[in-house]
Design a protein around this ligand. Structure first.
Ligand code: FAD
Ligand code: SF4
Length: 512
């Protein structure tokens, strides 16, 4: 009796734990496209195309290696459209000795899988996902007994553990972190290299038709889909990044520019999260660029920190705090998500551009996510459930384990400081420093009280005043709180009046 080996849609790696001891003569690998996973939030059309096309390509690659694959397509007549249902049907068909799977990335599915053995009357072995640098258990051990968990200390331990950018026990050149050098404004005239994109092949085109038919009412443009859907394409895209954009990644990591949606970012999260790229190989490739003198340390360290530090830390925080994390709302934010998050219909140019990029590419880079859509939602007090839902829907790289701590924690401070030590609240001055959006905006970024005043300015001070009690003791907010206290009462009242009127108009659905 062989083994039924389950590969989930975001586990498309030949090295995935469930395939580790595959016996090609006796075992069957199951991949199932299920409607429940496409619709439990109404994912961006490009996200669904990406996952289904990558699954179909992965199944074909397994077959080429002589593996028996049982593939259930979304439009198969008998598809039960639930993962549990498809595993049960496959058990009936193949009568395996046991089922082997790799742990799911989402708490909801992981919980369900814990009970499969009872429902199936069969052993179900669930293995650790070894594609990450740290297992969940290892992260729990690291976190145990610490009072506050900070990414920086975790990251340093990971550097020591992996030896990446290390010189014995010390970081190369003696410095751990070049974050301060990663915040430069992009000067006019800097040419931004085009990122590698991939025209859809016949498999992807067929999936695009399926998605247009089945999920036509989901958010986002379908045309223009150009994400890597195979490991080979993903590697080509990563190689292109290492040569053409990594050397400048560090300098302009936080910059934003109208019309340049990708800038110097790697565009690898879609592939990494699906399993088409390997996190260790990417970090080693970047370190090799530094060793060869082709990229500077600030760029390479900045890149490795994102993957070895942030990505792993965020995943650990998710598993450590679920399921309670999903209900956190430390700042008591209750406002509904404004319609312009979907339509882009707003006079705030920074938000309009970010939503338009998101709709067109199912992508926005980190600073757009954090400092434009995230920052606005924080300042305006939008309900974290609605914001979470939005981020899960709109991005092609969205999976709950990475989306939720970034949204609830980093962007909204709804976790009360588990991910970050302070809210990433910023006024229009920050957006103006880091982008060219304000030059083409109906609002005046230098004004906080007048008719054309930038909403980010008065919402920022309204946020500080609103949370004076709850956040006043946070030492990292001491400076803005001092500035607030030093302001003339008339100015504070004027800004808070502006904020109240703006939010009321927004709630009425007026274009703001
Ligand atoms: P680059 O900027 O080139 O960075 C390289 C890689 O580092 C990324 O591909 C990613 O794997 C990793 N990385 C960087 N920052 C983070 C981070 N904060 N957390 C985890 N990994 C990180 N990332 C997702 O993969 N899925 C999400 O659903 C997601 N939701 C987010 C929601 C919010 C509110 C915020 C602020 C960030 C979110 N991120 C998410 C993190 C980050 O914005 C994206 O990983 C990044 O923009 C992907 O683009 P890139 O591949 O060009 O990344
Ligand atoms: Fe955004 Fe304000 Fe700048 Fe307009 S002026 S782009 S609203 S920060």
């Amino acid at each position: 009796m062989g083994v039924l080996r389950l590969v989930l849609g975001d586990q498309l790696s030949f090295g995935i734990a469930a395939l580790a001891d595959l016996d090609a003569r006796h075992d069957v690998v199951l991949l199932a496209e299920v409607r429940d996973e496409c619709t439990y939030v109404k994912h961006h059309k490009q996200k669904i195309v990406l996952v289904l096309s990558a699954m179909r390509h992965f199944a074909a690659a397994l077959r080429q290696r002589g593996v028996r694959v049982d593939y259930i397509a979304l439009d198969d007549k008998a598809n039960t459209h639930s993962l549990r249902g498809e595993v049960a049907r496959a058990v009936e068909r193949h009568r395996p000795g046991c089922v082997v799977a790799t742990e799911a990335g989402e708490w909801r599915l992981a919980e369900d899988m814990r009970h499969w053995h009872e429902a199936l009357g069969l052993d179900v072995e669930i293995r650790d996902d070894t594609r990450f640098f740290v297992t969940r258990r290892a992260f729990f051990r690291w976190a145990g007994g610490r009072r506050g968990l900070r990414m920086e200390y975790f990251y340093r331990d990971m550097r020591r553990q992996t030896g990446l950018l290390m010189d014995g026990a010390e970081p190369v050149t003696g410095r751990w972190n070049f974050d301060a050098e990663n915040r430069k404004r992009l000067p006019a005239g800097v040419a931004v290299p085009r990122a590698k994109r991939f025209a859809p092949d016949a498999v992807t085109r067929a999936v695009m038709q399926l998605v247009a038919r089945e999920f036509g009412d989901h958010f986002g443009d379908l045309e223009g889909f150009a994400w890597p859907v195979t490991a080979a394409e993903a590697q080509e895209a990563a190689d292109d990044f290492m040569v053409n954009r990594l050397p400048q990644f560090g300098d302009w990591q936080d910059a934003m520019k109208q019309g340049a949606w990708a800038l110097f970012h790697a565009l690898i999260s879609t592939s990494l999260n699906l399993g088409l790229l390997d996190a260790r190989a990417l970090c080693e490739a970047a370190a090799a660029e530094y060793a060869a003198g082709r990229a500077g340390l600030a760029a390479v360290e900045g890149f490795i920190r994102q993957i070895l530090g942030w990505r792993e830390f965020i995943r650990g925080i998710y598993w450590l705090n679920m399921p309670d994390y999903a209900a956190k709302n430390a700042l008591g934010a209750r406002r509904a998500l404004p319609w312009f998050y979907w339509s882009g219909e707003t006079n705030m140019n920074c938000l309009r551009q970010t939503v338009q990029d998101t709709r067109a590419h199912a992508y926005a880079h980190h600073i757009q996510r954090l400092m434009i859509t995230g920052n606005f939602a924080l300042l305006a007090g939008i309900d974290p459930d609605a914001v979470d839902d939005w981020y899960m829907v709109v991005y092609a790289d969205a999976y709950e384990w990475v989306e939720m701590p970034n949204t609830r924690g980093m962007a909204l401070f709804a976790d009360g400081g588990i991910v970050g030590s302070k809210p990433y609240a910023a006024s229009g001055a920050y957006i103006n420093r880091m982008s060219d959006y304000c030059k083409r905006c109906a609002y005046d970024v230098t004004d906080a009280v007048g008719e054309r005043a930038c909403p980010f300015n008065y919402l920022y001070w309204d946020f500080m005043a609103r949370h004076r009690k709850t956040l006043g003791a946070n030492s990292r907010l001491a400076m803005p709180m001092r500035s607030l206290d030093g302001m003339a009462a008339g100015k504070v009242d004027a800004m808070r009046g502006n904020a109240g009127r703006f939010l009321a108009r927004m709630e009425k659905g007026e274009i703001v």
